[in-house]
Design a protein around this ligand. Sequence first.
Ligand code: A3P
Length: 313
Amino acid sequence: MEESRKKIVGLVENAEAAANSMRRDELLFSYKGILYPTTVCSPESFKALESFEARRDDVILAGYPKSGTNWLSQILTDLIAISQKKTPGSESSVNAEEPEEFPYLEVGDAGKYERMTKLPSPRFMVTHLRPENLPKSIFQSNAKIFLLIRNPKDVATSYYHYSNGLALLPSYETWDDFFTDFMTRKMSWGCYFEYLSEWNKYADKENIMTITYEEMKENPALSVKNIATFFGIPLTEEQLHLVLHRSSFQSMKKNSDKTHGSVGNILFRKGGVSDWKNLFTDDQSKEMDRVFEEHIAGTKLGKKLKYDLYCKA
Ligand code: A3P
C-alpha cells in the first residue's frame, strides 16, 4: 500500500480504536448547532477551516453522509487523472490517485489546511458540510462543485447500518430508535432535510452540478459522460469503460481492503436502490413522505430526487 494511502486508512482505524474506549454520549460533539464525530472532527479544525483558501481549479464533491460520496470520489479522481493525461490504475497515475490528505475536508487536524496550501492543483476534496459552514472562498473561487444527493429513505437505511458498523458513530439497538433520531436532527453532520434545503439555495449556480445516486445507478455511462462534459474532459470509449469498470460496486468492494482498510467492508454494503423497504414501517414511510412534502418536494433538488419513483411503495 502506498504511504499516503496508509496514512488515510490509518486515520479512520485510529479513530475507530479511540472510539472503542469512549462512552456513547462522548462520540459526538456539537459545533454551531450541528453534531460531528469527536474522533475525526474538532472545533479547532472547524475554526482553521474558515480561512481555507479555495482555488479556481479545486474540485469539490459535496454530499450528505451515505449519499454515495465514495463512489463519486472514485469516478472524479479517475477523471482528474485522465485530464492529466494519465491512465487510471496504471503505474504512472499512482501519485495522482493517492491523496496526500484525508479527502473529506472537515476531517483531520487543524494543521491540514496549511499543508493543503502546498498541494499541487487540481486539489480534490469531499465534504459533508452544509454550504453555510463551508469556507466562503469555496463559493468566491467559482471552483467546480459536484453536489451528490440520494433519496432520503435509502440515506437513512444506509446510515443506520453504517452507524451500527462503525465504532466512531453512536450505534442503535433498534431501527425505530435510529429513525426517531434521523427525523429529529440528531445525526452527525445534521439533518438531511435541512441539508437539502440549504444546498437548494445554490442549485442554480453555474459552477455546481447536481447528480443523484439513483441516476448514476440507472445509467452509469451517461452519468460519467455528463460529469466529464461538465469538467470539460473529452473521454474516449476506452477511458469511459475503464472509469466505469473501476467505479463499479463489485470492483470497489473487492478493492476496499486496500483503499479503505477494515472500514471497507462496512462501507460497501449493498450499493442498491430501495433497500429502505426492508426497514421502514408504513407509519415511518408516511412520516418521511410528509416531511419531504412539507420542506423539500417543491424545490429544485426535491424534484431532481424523483421522490415518488424511489420513495413511494
Ligand atoms: P448502502 O449502504 O445502501 O449499500 P458514502 O460513500 O457517501 O458513505 O455512501 C455509502 C453508500 O454508497 C453505501 O450504500 C454504499 O454501498 C454505496 N456505494 C459505494 N460505492 C458504490 C458503487 N460503486 N456503486 C453503488 N453504490 C455504492
